[in-house]
Design a protein around this ligand. Structure first.
Ligand code: 5GP
Ligand code: MG
Length: 187
């Protein structure tokens, strides 16, 4: 890859580009087309609910390709126990501003790892008299799943490595890289 102003070069922490910006753009197009098709008959706007912070770039790209009526909202969650022995525990730090009842909801998330976050959110939103709850997830690490989660719109499967870019961070860094890069394992 040739570094340029528009494509930031890899820093010393980053091992390689896993998914480049053009490939990302084509895949987001495909996902948006599928969403446009699946929700073409809805009678009220589709509620996009982005999970902060990791989903913000995926959500921004996805929603600008939607032709179905939609509104955008956000939640913030905190998860525990990712690396511990106990099952992951998820807590809502900030809920949606909009009332989700009687709406079709599409949760937009950066990555599916253990599945604890999404299974919690799907269960929580289904309990709110929503018309439907679906999920759009940019990345999936199948090797890490602990709980089964059904994903309607999935960007890419990746191996069990730590990735950054396109919204995803390492200690809050690298979120705005236009590609997905793999980090060197922490020593
Ligand atoms: P889950 O509840 O599925 O285990 O957690 C998913 C969350 O873990 C994601 O929303 C994300 O915040 C974090 N995560 C998992 N793998 C990665 C990764 O490779 N890179 C980054 N930046 N975050 C990750
Ligand atoms: Mg996330």
């Amino acid at each position: 890859m040739t570094p340029s102003l528009s494509i930031p070069p890899l820093t010393k922490d980053l091992a390689r580009v896993l998914i480049d910006a053009d490939t990302i753009s084509r895949r987001v197009d495909e996902l948006a087309q599928k969403i446009n098709h699946d929700y073409k008959d809805i009678t009220e706007p589709l509620m996009l609910v982005g999970v902060l912070k990791g989903s913000f770039i995926f959500l921004a790209d996805l929603c600008r390709r939607l032709t179905v009526p939609h509104v955008v909202d956000f939640i913030a969650i905190s998860s525990y126990g990712h690396k511990g022995d106990k099952r992951g525990e998820v807590r809502m730090l900030m809920d949606t501003r909009e009332n989700l009842s009687d709406h079709h909801v599409l949760i937009v998330e950066d990555i599916l790892d253990s599945g604890n976050t999404l299974s919690y959110l799907i269960k929580t939103f289904k309990a709110r008299n929503t018309k439907s709850v679906s999920t759009a997830v940019f990345l999936d690490k199948p090797a890490r799943h602990e709980v089964p989660v059904e994903i309607e719109y999935m960007g890419f499967e990746i191996p069990d490595v730590w990735v950054v870019g396109y919204g995803l961070d390492y200690k809050e860094q690298y979120r705005t890289l236009p590609y997905i890069a793999e980090m060197y394992p922490k020593k």
